[in-house]
Design a protein around this ligand. Structure first.
Ligand code: NAD
Length: 302
């Protein structure tokens, strides 16, 4: 099918590439020309703006880094909302349910369906087409795009209520973010007491403490201290803040989410929004006076 794709970053590029490889006709747009050039080289057509794309195709997908970017691309001046042909806007970004509902309400005035479709599974999942894809929106529009979304991962229909795909994604990412910092604290505790962190991770992965943090993130990016997992701390903190806001907007006060949220605020303050989120361990190491992993193994910090 003809698909517009806006936002060709760490996630958007491999998702768009897979859609091209599956035979879909893509028109792409990104504010960075180099990002567009890479897809044009693979057979995509370059669009001049979100509106330009929405003039040409019925289905527009977006994978954008902030709530404001999704709002602008969908409903701003020169946005999808001004397109002549567009029927549905599929947001693959994590924006939270309140922003999804806001975009839904604005697009509804122009009879454009908004489809939440946040994804989980990281850059590796986007490359392999193994993402968890959490869709909410009108059933008929979901049916029209289900096969295309199946190219990027396993598709789950969460419901018709606008924003419910986002609520699902925030529940997932709250768990992912919490497992990450909890695993950092557990391993730092072990290293402080003299344990080998590589052995610790092997034991955790054979035991009941296993999570994606111990299974994937520690072996690949923390123990070798490459800190190159491909998800920015700024994006992780965006998701944690959205999860805490979502809980509060439902009248809930949740102890673990509040504590994890405070720790992630320390991490973004000390490491910066552009750092890789696996650098979450650094402020915890600093406080404990130890370094985990690396070529020399673990040691007390100087
Ligand atoms: P990214 O920063 O790598 O990519 C975003 C792209 O959007 C960039 O190429 C940027 O130039 C482009 N862009 C920004 N503003 C734009 C605009 N107004 N118009 C057109 N293009 C614009 O971000 P990412 O890591 O690919 O994440 C994208 C979304 O996917 C985020 O919502 C993130 O939370 C979510 N997500 C990321 C991961 C991950 O592992 N990186 C995993 C799951 C979900």
């Amino acid at each position: 099918m003809e698909i517009g794709f806006i936002g060709l970053g760490k996630m958007g590029f491999p998702m768009a590439r897979r859609l091209i490889e599956a035979g879909h006709k893509l028109t792409v747009f990104d504010t960075q020309k180099a990002a567009m050039d890479r897809l044009v080289a693979l057979g995509a057509k370059a669009g001049a703006s979100p509106k330009d794309i929405a003039d040409e195709v019925e289905t527009v997908m977006a994978s954008l880094p902030s709530l404001q970017a999704s709002l602008d691309v969908a409903t701003g001046k020169g946005g999808v909302i001004e397109g002549k042909r567009v029927k549905r806007f599929i947001d693959l970004s994590t924006v939270g349910s309140q922003m999804a509902v806001k975009i839904h309400d604005l697009l509804a005035k122009k009879n454009i369906a908004q489809i939440d479709s946040p994804v989980s599974g990281g850059v590796a999942g986007a490359e392999k087409g193994t993402l968890a894809v959490m869709v909410s929106g009108p059933r008929a529009d979901f049916d029209a795009v289900k096969a295309a979304l199946g190219v990027i991962g396993k598709v789950f229909f969460i419901g018709e209520k606008p924003g419910s795909g986002q609520t699902m994604k925030l529940a997932n990412n709250f768990l992912s973010a919490t497992a990450m910092v909890a695993t950092c604290e557990a391993v730092v505790m072990g290293v402080k007491s003299g344990l080998d962190p590589a052995v610790m991770i092997d034991v955790i992965n054979a035991g009941s403490g296993m999570s994606t943090a111990s299974r994937d993130k520690f072996p690949r990016s923390v123990l070798p201290r490459s800190f190159d997992y491909g998800f920015a701390t700024g994006l992780m903190v965006k998701d944690v803040r959205l999860a805490v806001e979502e809980m509060r907007s439902l009248g809930l006060s949740m102890e673990v989410a509040e504590a994890a949220g405070r720790l992630w605020e320390t991490i973004i303050r000390e490491q910066g929004a552009e750092s890789d989120f696996t650098e979450a361990i650094k402020p915890i190491e600093k406080k404990a006076g130890v370094i985990v992993g690396g070529a020399k193994g673990s040691h007390a910090a100087k």
